[in-house]
Design a protein around this ligand. Structure first.
Ligand code: THU
Length: 135
């Protein structure tokens, strides 16, 4: 994937992260989802006093895109870390988000797990979730 596009997605995810609502964990996450048509949708984690009700940034981004009629995706960048601080380590998607993405994308989507534009790793979804469950 083009380095400029990777940087743009990471920067978009990092900026989105500031809008996270994470009063319980204090761990803020932003995601930037690139659609095949070039559009980018943002998502953040949104927590809830009833903890399992909260949603991750990745699923929030997909919810925005799918609700807007998008069904074809090429990459997603994720940046997460403690609120008010720069991310230290690449933020990999949780297991639920991996399964959620596999339903909508197949295994080829590029997952950019990032701390910054200087520190990130690139994986296909099938590397992160081999043998995905399907019906
Ligand atoms: N979180 C995400 O938004 N994405 C992930 O892939 C991992 C976890 C959120 C959920 C929760 O609000 C916080 O990070 C701490 O688990």
């Amino acid at each position: 994937m083009d380095r400029n596009k990777i940087n743009e997605l990471i920067e978009t995810a990092e900026k989105a992260r500031q809008k996270s609502y994470a009063p319980y964990s204090g761990f803020t996450v932003g995601a930037a989802l690139l659609c095949d048509d070039g559009s980018i949708y943002e998502g953040v984690n949104i927590e809830n006093a009833s903890y399992p009700v909260g949603i991750c940034a990745e699923r929030a981004a997909f919810s925005a895109a799918v609700s807007d009629g998008k069904r074809n995706f090429s990459a997603i960048a994720i940046v997460g870390g403690h609120a008010g601080k720069s991310a230290d380590e690449p933020c990999y998607p949780c297991g639920i988000c991996r399964q959620f993405m596999s339903e909508l994308c197949g295994g080829d989507i590029c997952v950019i797990s990032a701390a910054s534009t200087e520190k990130y790793s690139l994986n296909t979804l099938s590397e992160l979730l081999p043998f995905a469950f399907e019906l």
